[in-house]
Design a binder for this molecule. Structure first.
Ligand SMILES: Nc1ncnc2c1ncn2[C@@H]1O[C@H](COP(=O)(O)OP(=O)(O)OP(=O)(O)O)[C@@H](O)[C@H]1O
Length: 336
């Protein structure tokens, strides 16, 4: 387990003091894929980099499997870092070295034998699907292939933890999908704990087990991914989720609309449709469905509907109460 305990990181730049991370605490379980999401400048990268002490906390403790590593230096720190691989948004490959040598580099630094290096690099090339690119230089690779080399290099010394700093932000949608799939396989097949930072909830949705939301240096919400999407608590998380659901409607629709548009979010295994139809009959309402979708997170689903009820104000209220009472609705709010 990785425990980040009351971590603060303060930078002193020119005559300014920046509180990049403020009293952040997280407990990341062994074997999970843990996401840290937030907008630019939220402190994600700084917090992630405290895990391998690339950034030393100004205060607080980094505890890995029960060992407080916060004050590790020299040989102790070097050995600890070998157990923690890292990949980056812009891959950070060495331009003048082949794919093989990029991956072998960290193993040479760890004083592994030539034989061991050759076996391991070839095995890793197979895992990341680049056996045919062994002797190619990075400039001849696509972005996705470069990230695959980055991943192989990060795994070279058989780490227990893999830190991912915006690993797909420089990649297109299709390549992002394949890199996230590869990270998932590595997590499941090799049992490596993955901590990933991103500004995209879609990335969180597709591979993370749990997520922390950061805002202005603080961790404002932590939970399993399904719950955070179905029942976001912090206002900032609600906005992130809303944006992901992408329920924007053209303003024209609202001009001639009869009734108030409402957004209804419900846990997907509860059947909303019969309840909606019962509500309209029971309370004499007209129902207009404006938008609807089901989001899948793992194998659980969340339903989101934007509807307009037309009827007497009191009947609309009773209708909504009826829906709330009879299905697993997590949110009813006015859509805009
Ligand atoms: N070495 C540094 N010196 C001074 N300020 C820094 C340094 N590193 C980060 N900061 C500041 O700390 C804050 C948090 O930065 P950080 O990179 O951790 O955020 P982030 O959430 O990862 O954002 P991004 O996605 O844009 O990288 C920002 O205000 C940033 O300008």
């Amino acid at each position: 387990m990785i425990s980040l305990e009351n971590i603060s990181v303060t930078f002193k730049a020119a005559n300014q003091v920046v509180g990049a991370v403020k009293e952040a605490s997280l407990a990341i379980d062994t074997g999970e894929i843990f996401g840290i999401v937030g907008s630019s400048g939220a402190g994600k990268s700084t917090l992630l980099r405290t895990i391998n002490l690339l950034e030393k906390p100004t205060s607080g403790a980094v505890v890995i499997d029960g060992t407080d590593i916060t004050d590790f230096t020299g040989e102790e720190l070097r050995k600890t870092r070998l157990k923690i691989g890292m990949i980056f948004q812009h891959f950070n490959l060495i331009r003048g070295k082949t794919v093989f040598d990029n991956i072998a580099f960290a193993m040479k630094a760890a004083e592994k034998s030539k034989e061991e290096i050759k076996d391991r690099v070839e095995k890793l090339l197979k895992i990341v699907g680049l056996s045919d690119k062994r002797d190619v230089y990075p400039s001849k690779l696509s972005g996705g292939q470069k990230q695959r080399v980055g991943i192989a290099r990060a795994l070279a010394n058989e780490p227990q933890i893999l830190l991912c700093d915006e690993p797909t932000s420089a990649l297109d949608l299709e390549t992002t999908k394949s890199i996230l799939q590869l990270l998932k396989e590595i997590n499941r097949n090799l049992g490596i704990t993955i901590v990933l930072i991103t500004h995209e909830m879609d990335v969180v949705k597709s591979i993370c087990d749990r997520v922390a939301v950061m805002r202005k240096g603080e961790v404002v919400e932590v939970g399993n991914v399904y719950d955070v999407f179905a029942t976001p608590k912090h206002e900032f998380t609600k906005k992130l989720v809303e944006h992901t659901f992408n329920l924007e409607l053209p303003q024209e629709i609202f001009k001639n609309l009869k009734g108030k548009p409402m957004k209804i979010v419900y846990r997907g295994d509860s059947a909303l449709e019969p309840i909606l139809s019962q509500a309209t009959k029971k309370f004499d309402l007209d129902l207009n469905i404006l938008h609807g979708k089901i989001e899948y997170i793992g194998n659980q689903s969340i339903g989101v509907l934007v509807v307009a009820f037309n009827g007497e104000a009191g009947d609309v209220k009773q209708g909504l109460d009826y829906i709330r009472e009879n299905t697993d609705v997590t949110e009813v709010s006015y859509a805009s």
